[in-house]
Write a protein that binds this ligand. Structure first.
Ligand SMILES: *Cc1c(COP(=O)(O)O)cnc(C)c1O
Length: 825
């Protein structure tokens, strides 16, 4: 009882009035940062505000965790190697509903909240869509009051910063923790020992039972750092727990006692490299052993933590485990968790195999994020022998029991057994992590309807035939708090002035905006807001990249990771086509084409595409004939905080991946919610977006999945398209001629050669359709009033793509988790 009364008093102390915030800023400037008004820096002002906001999250945070414990709720753990969060201050202030007071109090510091927000460095602990999805899900889970925890790695270096130097990408380390991170709280008391290496001993115990134990002296300490995740205008504050690797004392001490001080320090550094850096590969795997160490480090720390928390309330009641715990695997990166839970239950808790397996397979659920072969994780058995010998045994046992069941269902079908085995035979035996994930989970989902269908009919066909009931779809979504309400305050205000602000929590309400598409005055206001956003982006580009863009042109934007399947190259070919049109004296609708995104440092072709984009941009820029008509800009260092400025300014959203390659896409959703029209293929979630937005309000082009499969089956000959299409030939020949790179005329040859020889993503097959569709776009843009109407209908019909809807489906259909409202009383 005393505990509860105390929490109540604290809440009253930390008021949310302007005066209370002013005092809090002062206190933090003086007592936390040891500054006075003369010496405090801009960044320290940000820190003082952030600490003041964090203080106001903490009572709710403690109360939330206390309530989950007291009510003994079912908990969801979202395991992900990536959380691409971006900045936190603006969203915390919004979700806490203290915008007005903070805004006013910040005035006292001689700054605006907007300026302070710019002081915050992005938490860039992810590559792209997969990591950003995890971040949107955290916001939605807290908003829906679900007892959820995110678990990941606290990388010391997040996603690299991109610089364009001499037209090429350079990678700079993202040392985001050099400045203090005001949102995290270290919890050394909750540290966990993570073992590696060693060997397995087996013995028969007193009851005659065969037992196994993993023996090793090689440990790394997982130190948790917790970040509060507030829901939107409720009392829920969930937890994001990120693990940091610390050297285990005893380990270094062995050397230390022998007097070898430097060796001890080196070993400490070695353990701490585990959480040093995020692997910068998006949709492709990196087979380095350090990456496997990272994965196991997350899995072991998380599972030990989850089991410890379960035992606190339910010691010995193992059967209850799946009723109290659901674990979602964000792709196969944390799939070793399945073997880790088995290890804990068998070796440490002494359960029988069948019981342990029953618990495990009712606890895990797996989300697949890609069909692309280079992204499917396979780890060499030799790595497991070295690092995780006991897990290897367990995986072999899972496999043999599984294959026995397959053999029973399809007697004599040895080809099928080979196909479905968790172990890929060959020179180097490999563990297929996707198959382990399917076998160890009760649910397997894709991230858009088309993608989930393709999983059932192609990639996981054999598994679908064995367990049809496991497979389901959960179409991705994005949080409307960050991606509309925060990113586009002007449009948000306009929308709320018409339909109220209920849409921020329930995006379905935004359909009330539909009728305003027919309101001429509203259309004018809508266009005025878009123009303001374009000016805001233009000013930012001037300030940060020193480029001038003309806001009276169509803002045609493609921002996402650079990858051949996403076909930024097709966009560049279109830019060259328009350039040639201008040189031919044709009149075109003025456009500014913007392309932005990072290439994985080891992905050579993606880096060539960045080079080409910058080279074409330079030629167009230096040609006076293009002035006011065509411009191309490479947007440097695309990241979450930059996306929040770019997307509200976009008029055309490029979602042009080859049909069947983009699992869902979420960038597509952010753009449409902010009133950009989409030019896109029937790929990923584009399909479902077009269904709700209406075919008339979506620029569709390109081959369907079936047509792609057909062409590939018959033998695709890209050169035929080159020979038959004069315009395409002219564009490709211009690149080949060295026109865009006179100093090294050969340097873009490999790009064209690949298109003409294999063109695995069918750019040439889709070229004509794309160019014609872009002509439709240009024509439509000429009628601004009509364009506004289409854009408003896009905004009004995007309700389905809130991540709140996605999370509601996960909660009801996969996790069977219920909302647990938090009362502060
Ligand atoms: C949304 C988002 C992505 C994903 O974009 P796609 O177009 O779906 O690939 C990648 N990076 C950042 C910073 C994002 O905000």
């Amino acid at each position: 009882m005393a505990k509860k009364e105390k929490a109540k008093t604290n809440l009253e102390v930390l008021g949310n009035t302007v005066e209370a915030f002013k005092k809090a800023f002062d206190d933090h400037i003086h007592h936390t940062l040891a500054r006075d008004e003369h010496t405090v820096t801009k960044h320290e002002k940000f820190l003082a505000v952030a600490y003041s906001v964090r203080d106001r999250l903490i009572d709710r945070w403690i109360k939330t965790q206390e309530t989950y414990y007291e009510k003994d709720v079912k908990r969801v753990y979202y395991l992900s190697l990536e959380f691409l969060i971006g900045r936190t201050l603006g969203n915390s202030v919004l979700n806490l509903d203290v915008e007005k007071a903070v805004e006013e109090a910040v005035d006292e510091l001689g700054m605006t909240l907007e300026e302070l927000r710019e002081e915050e460095v992005d938490a860039g602990l992810g590559n792209g869509g997969l990591g950003r999805l995890a971040a949107c899900f955290l916001d939605s889970m807290a908003t829906l009051e679900l007892p959820a925890t995110g678990m990941g790695i606290r990388y010391e270096y997040g996603m690299f910063n991109q610089k364009i130097k001499d037209g090429q990408q350079e990678e700079l380390p993202d040392n985001w923790l050099r400045l203090p991170n005001p949102w995290e709280i270290a919890r050394p008391a909750n540290s966990i020992k993570v073992p590696f290496g060693g060997y397995v001993i087996s013995w028969t115990d007193e009851k005659g039972k065969l037992r196994n134990r993993w023996e090793t002296k090689d440990y790394v300490i997982a130190l948790p750092y917790d970040t509060p995740i507030p829901g939107y205008r409720n009392n829920t504050v969930n937890n994001l727990r990120l693990w940091s690797a610390q050297s285990a004392d005893e380990f270094g001490l062995a050397y230390f006692n022998n007097g070898d001080y430097l060796a001890a320090v080196q070993d400490m550094e070695l353990s701490e490299t585990i959480s040093k850096v995020l692997y910068p590969n998006d949709t492709s795997v990196n087979g380095k052993i350090l990456r496997l160490r990272q994965q196991y480090f997350l899995c072991s720390a998380s599972l030990q933590d989850i089991v410890r928390r379960f035992k606190k309330s339910h010691e010995g009641e193992w059967k209850l485990f799946p009723e109290k715990v659901a674990i979602q695997l964000n792709d196969t990166h944390p799939a070793i968790s399945i073997a880790e839970l088995m290890r804990i239950l068998l070796d440490e808790e002494g359960l029988e195999w069948d019981e342990a397996w029953d618990i495990t397979t009712h606890t895990f659920a797996y989300t697949n994020h890609t069909l692309m072969p280079e992204a499917l994780e396979k780890w060499p058995v030799s790595f497991f022998e070295k690092l995780l010998p006991r897990h290897l045994q367990i995986i072999y046992e899972i496999n043999s029991r599984f294959l026995a069941k397959v053999a029973l269902k399809w007697p004599g079908d040895t080809a099928r057994l080979t196909r479905m085995s968790l172990i890929q035979e060959g020179n180097e035996k490999m563990i297929r992590m996707a198959y382990l994930s399917i076998v160890g989970s009760f649910a397997v989902n894709g991230v858009a309807a088309l993608h989930s269908d393709l999983l059932r009919t192609s990639l996981f066909k054999d598994f679908y035939e064995f367990w049809p009931e496991k497979f389901n779809n959960k179409t991705n979504g994005v949080t409307p708090r960050r991606w509309v309400r925060k990113a586009d305050p002007a449009m948000s205000e306009l929308v709320s002035s018409k339909i109220g602000d209920g849409w921020v929590k329930d995006l379905d309400e935004i359909k009330k905006l539909e009728k305003f598409a027919d309101d001429a005055k509203f259309r004018k206001q809508f266009l005025a807001v878009k123009l303001e956003n374009k000016k805001r982006l233009a000013a930012y580009l001037k300030r940060t990249q020193n480029v001038d863009v003309n806001v009276n042109t169509l803002f045609d934007i493609q921002v996402k990771r650079i990858h051949e399947y996403k076909r930024q190259l097709l966009n560049i070919l279109h830019a060259i086509h328009l350039y040639l049109e201008i040189k031919d004296g044709k009149k075109i609708t003025p456009r500014t084409i913007m392309i932005g995104g990072k290439a994985a440092p080891g992905y050579w072709m993606a880096k060539q595409i960045i080079r080409l984009a910058n080279a074409v941009s330079a030629i167009i820029d230096s040609d006076p004939d293009c002035k006011g008509k065509l411009q191309m800009v490479f947007l440097e260092n695309y990241r979450v905080s930059f996306a929040e400025k770019i997307i509200p300014a976009a008029e055309l959203s490029e979602q042009i991946s080859t049909a069947g390659t983009e699992a869902s896409g979420t960038g597509n959703m952010k753009f449409a919610m902010n009133g950009a029209l989409t030019i896109g293929t029937l790929d990923g979630a584009n399909v479902e977006m077009r269904e709700v937005i209406g075919a008339d309000n979506f620029f569709l082009f390109g081959l369907t999945v079936e047509e792609v499969q057909d062409i590939l089956a018959k033998g695709y000959r890209p050169r035929d398209y080159y020979e038959k299409d004069d315009d395409l030939r002219r564009v490709l020949d211009l690149i080949t001629s060295g026109f865009f790179c006179p100093d090294h005329p050969e340097s873009f040859r490999p790009i064209v050669d690949k298109l003409l020889s294999s063109d695995p993503f069918l750019l040439l097959a889709d070229y004509r359709s794309y160019i014609e569709c872009q002509e439709q776009v240009a024509k439509a843009y000429e009628d601004q009033d009509k364009w506004a109407k289409m854009a408003i209908l896009n905004v009004a019909r995007m309700g389905k793509f809130s991540s709140d809807r996605t999370i509601d489906e996960y909660a009801k259909e996969i996790w069977h988790a219920k909302a647990c409202p938090i009362s502060l009383k």
